[in-house]
Design a protein around this ligand. Structure first.
Ligand SMILES: CC(C)(COP(=O)(O)OP(=O)(O)OC[C@H]1O[C@@H](n2cnc3c(N)ncnc32)[C@H](O)[C@@H]1OP(=O)(O)O)[C@@H](O)C(=O)NCCC(=O)NCCS
Length: 179
C-alpha cells in the first residue's frame, strides 16, 4: 500500500510499509498479539480467519520486512457505516512514537473501509494507551469520541472487566487519506 516515514522528537524516523493483510499473515499476527504484552491473545485460528476472510479490513505494518503492527477489524453487519477495531497493536519498541495513529489512519483508508463514517472499538477502562489513541483520532479530525456501556461486567463469564464502546466520528467522505 504505502511507505511512510514515522518520526517524533525522541525516536529516529523509520520507514513503515502499510498494507492490507493477506492469508499468510495469520501466524505473524498471532505472534504480534503475544508480543504486545497487553492484547488479549486469542487462538492462532482467530488470526488465520481474520487474515483470510477479513483481509480487506485488516492492516499490517512492516518495518525491514518484519510485521511490527496491525489493526484487525471488520464492518459490523448491522452497522455498515462503522469500521470496528477488534485489535490494534504494535511491538513494544514501536509504541509511543505516533505510529498507533498512523495505523488507524492507514486502516481507515483501506478500500473496504474508506466509506465508513465512524470508527468503533471497545476499550477496557485500564487500557489508557488505547483510550488515548481513539481520543487522539477524534481530536485530529475534529470529530466526537462518544463512550457508552457495551460489554458490561455481567455479560462476561470469566470476571473480565467491562469494555465500553468508543465511537469516533462522523468522518466526512474522503477524510480517510493518511497525512
Ligand atoms: C495502543 C497502541 C496501538 C497505541 O499506539 P502508540 O503508537 O503507542 O500510540 P501513539 O504514540 O500514536 O499515541 C496515541 C496516544 O496514546 C498515548 N499513549 C501511548 N502509549 C501510552 C501509554 N503506555 N500510556 C498512556 N498513554 C499512552 C499517547 O500519549 C497519545 O496520547 P495523546 O495524543 O493524548 O498524547 C500501542 O500502545 C500498543 O500497541 N499497545 C499494546 C496493545 C494494546 O493495548 N492495544 C489496544 C487494545 S485493542
Amino acid at each position: 500500500m504505502t511507505n511512510m516515514p514515522v518520526e517524533n522528537t525522541t525516536a529516529p524516523a523509520i520507514s513503515i510499509h502499510f498494507r492490507a493483510a493477506q492469508p499468510h499473515d495469520g501466524a505473524d499476527l498471532w505472534r504480534l498479539a503475544q508480543a504486545t504484552r497487553t492484547l488479549e491473545v486469542n487462538s492462532a485460528y482467530f488470526y488465520l480467519v481474520f487474515a483470510t476472510d477479513f483481509a480487506g479490513t485488516c492492516l499490517v505494518a512492516e518495518h525491514a520486512g518484519r510485521v511490527v503492527g496491525m489493526v484487525l477489524g471488520y464492518q459490523p453487519p448491522q452497522d455498515p457505516r462503522s469500521a470496528f477495531v477488534w485489535q490494534v497493536g504494535l511491538l513494544p519498541k514501536y509504541q509511543g512514537r505516533g505510529l498507533g495513529l498512523q495505523l488507524l489512519e492507514h486502516w481507515r483508508a483501506l478500500p473496504a473501509l474508506c466509506h465508513c463514517a465512524f470508527v468503533t472499538a471497545t476499550v477496557a477502562d485500564d487500557n489508557i494507551a488505547s483510550q488515548a489513541l481513539f481520543r487522539r483520532l477524534a481530536r485530529t479530525h475534529g470529530v466526537a469520541c462518544e463512550v457508552r456501556p457495551h460489554f458490561t461486567a455481567e455479560m462476561f463469564p470469566d470476571g473480565h472487566s467491562p469494555e465500553p464502546l468508543f465511537r469516533v466520528g462522523p468522518f466526512q467522505r474522503g477524510d480517510s487519506s493518511p497525512a
